[in-house]
Design a protein around this ligand. Structure first.
Ligand code: HEC
Ligand code: HEC
Ligand code: HEC
Ligand code: HEC
Length: 110
């Protein structure tokens, strides 16, 4: 079911070119925390936000060795802790599980 919804969203995105909601929504956790657009966007006009910006506020999350049986996505055997946040955490679109380009891990990216 979830996959179907996701597919529908992707089709919409393809049809509309860019996601219609880009820039108009923030993730609930950032909304609640009272972030403003320029908490992340430090250039005018706004461009995609770099990992450097994320880690000004966030420590790289602590290593979790057992998250529902899946390995640590913040420190993987392939990339260590060096993957850009935006590979998984999108701010204006549904986040994605980058690892599942190749694996089938059961974790959900906030
Ligand atoms: C928590 C950080 C964060 C906040 C807050 C934020 N953005 Fe973004 N924004 C991003 C990231 C990361 C991207 C890259 C695409 C993605 O991950 O969704 C992006 C992409 C964009 C883009 C596309 C830029 C491009 O050239 O690709 C626009 C426009 C934009 N944001 C507008 C806004 C507006 C307007 C707000 C306030 C309502 C806002 N953003 C708040 C992180 C943020
Ligand atoms: C201005 C400070 C600030 C910036 C910049 C920022 N965040 Fe956040 N973020 C917060 C705060 C505050 C919270 C809510 C409290 C918490 O969970 O740490 C939060 C929450 C989150 C959460 C959810 C945490 C949870 O427990 O579910 C994720 C994921 C996240 N941020 C990722 C990012 C990413 C990726 C970027 C860069 C695109 C980013 N943040 C940029 C301040 C920031
Ligand atoms: C390969 C995908 C992936 C990448 C890349 C990634 N994250 Fe996460 N992140 C997750 C997932 C999945 C969770 C959900 C909690 C979990 O599974 O540990 C998460 C949770 C979080 C949380 C909530 C706190 C926690 O430990 O649960 C924060 C904050 C966060 N990520 C920040 C970041 C920042 C900052 C970056 C970039 C430096 C980043 N993440 C890169 C997948 C990723
Ligand atoms: C481009 C494809 C690809 C991506 C993306 C990918 N992996 Fe893998 N991964 C593999 C392949 C192929 C193997 C098996 C070969 C090997 O063991 O080196 C593997 C093996 C592993 C193993 C077991 C190997 C060991 O040394 O314990 C873990 C754990 C793992 N991946 C975690 C991750 C995580 C976490 C991510 C996301 C951050 C990820 N992978 C992203 C292709 C990928």
């Amino acid at each position: 079911m979830f996959k179907l919804i996701l597919k529908a969203a992707l089709v919409m995105t393809a049809v509309l070119g860019t996601p219609a909601f880009a820039g108009n929504t923030m993730k609930p956790h950032h909304q609640t925390a009272g972030l403003k657009c320029n908490s992340c966007h430090v250039t005018t006009p706004f461009q995609a936000v770099s990992t450097e910006q994320c880690v000004k506020c966030h420590q790289l999350p602590q290593k979790k060795t057992d998250y529902r049986g899946a390995p640590d996505k913040h420190d993987s055997p392939h990339y260590g802790p060096t993957l850009d946040c935006d590979n998984c955490h999108h701010e204006h679109e549904v986040s994605e599980n980058y690892c599942n380009n190749c694996h089938e891990f059961d974790f959900k990216v906030p």
